[in-house]
Ligand binder design. Structure first.
Ligand code: ADP
Ligand code: ADP
Length: 233
């Protein structure tokens, strides 16, 4: 795969006098197996970029390649964005959004089950991932019984269960203490290496910023690439 490649991406909201140019020619690349940070002040265009990458909104111009697939090329888009979102992109949000009436294993196994993987097989895969994330002992618990840190690790397992070539994480460590926040980044790095996933972490969390080897700063809809400290966790 090619990871993520974004070229000349523009997004205009509205038109005429009230138009807002939220993205003004974004250039960004993430290699398979790489985890990069995306950092910028409020209103700089982070959510807009994530929404374009997640095929939640259409960009106005530019090109997005995810894995081997061109999903946008100057207005052209692949036909089945829903399948793309389901199979190609893992989402990790700031809030875990676990389903309260399913236990931890089924929260993680739900996506492959819905995609037609036999329940036993889906649950086995979920357990393996929960073990890697060190929450296997909570496999039969309900979400409300978990600590915040545990819920977040379950949400990460759910985001990775289909082994998507691309993971988009929006402030994944915001509610976590320093040790747990670094733990989440270590897991994202390990998973990226293991499955050759390209990971974008949107964050302003000072605890994790030193861990990135590369950081994209975004301001007024334009990105600037910078070398990070790449601190080993
Ligand atoms: P961030 O996530 O970095 O806070 P956003 O992508 O949400 O930035 O916003 C970028 C710019 O686009 C801001 O000026 C914001 O006001 C504007 N914007 C975001 N969403 C909309 C929308 N739906 N309609 C109009 N303007 C929007
Ligand atoms: P973390 O740092 O992972 O958030 P905590 O130190 O908060 O973990 O929690 C330690 C243990 O207490 C965990 O096993 C967790 O399941 C349990 N726990 C934490 N909060 C709750 C809660 N609100 N209800 C039930 N169990 C909880």
């Amino acid at each position: 795969g090619t990871g993520i490649r974004i070229e000349g991406l523009r997004k205009r909201y509205g038109s005429g006098d009230t138009a807002v140019d939220a993205l003004q020619g974004v250039e960004l690349q993430v290699a398979p197996g790489e985890v990069i940070g995306l950092v910028g002040p409020s209103g700089s265009g982070k959510s807009t970029l994530l929404k374009c990458l997640g095929a939640v909104i259409d960009p106005t111009a530019g090109r997005i390649v995810l894995g081997d697939e061109v999903i946008y090329d100057n207005g052209w888009q692949v036909r089945d964005l829903r399948a793309l979102r389901r199979d190609r992109i893992g989402f990790v949000f700031q809030a875990p959004y676990l389903i309260p009436f399913l236990d931890v294993t089924d929260n993680v196994a739900l996506l492959p089950m819905l995609a037609g993987v036999p329940n036993q097989e889906a649950r086995k895969r979920a357990r393996e991932l929960l073990a890697a994330l060190e929450v296997e002992h909570r496999a039969k618990a309900m979400p409300a019984q978990l600590s915040g840190g545990e819920q977040q690790r379950v949400a990460i397992a759910r985001g990775l269960i289909n082994r998507p070539p691309v993971v988009l994480a929006d402030e994944p460590t915001a509610p976590l203490d320093s040790q747990r926040a670094l733990g989440v980044i270590r897991i994202l790095n390990d998973m990226a290496q293991q499955y050759q996933t390209a990971v974008i972490v949107v964050t302003h969390d000072e605890k994790i910023i030193p861990t990135f080897k590369r950081i994209y700063h975004i301001r007024d809809g334009v990105t600037h690439e910078e070398e990070g400290e790449g601190r080993v966790i």
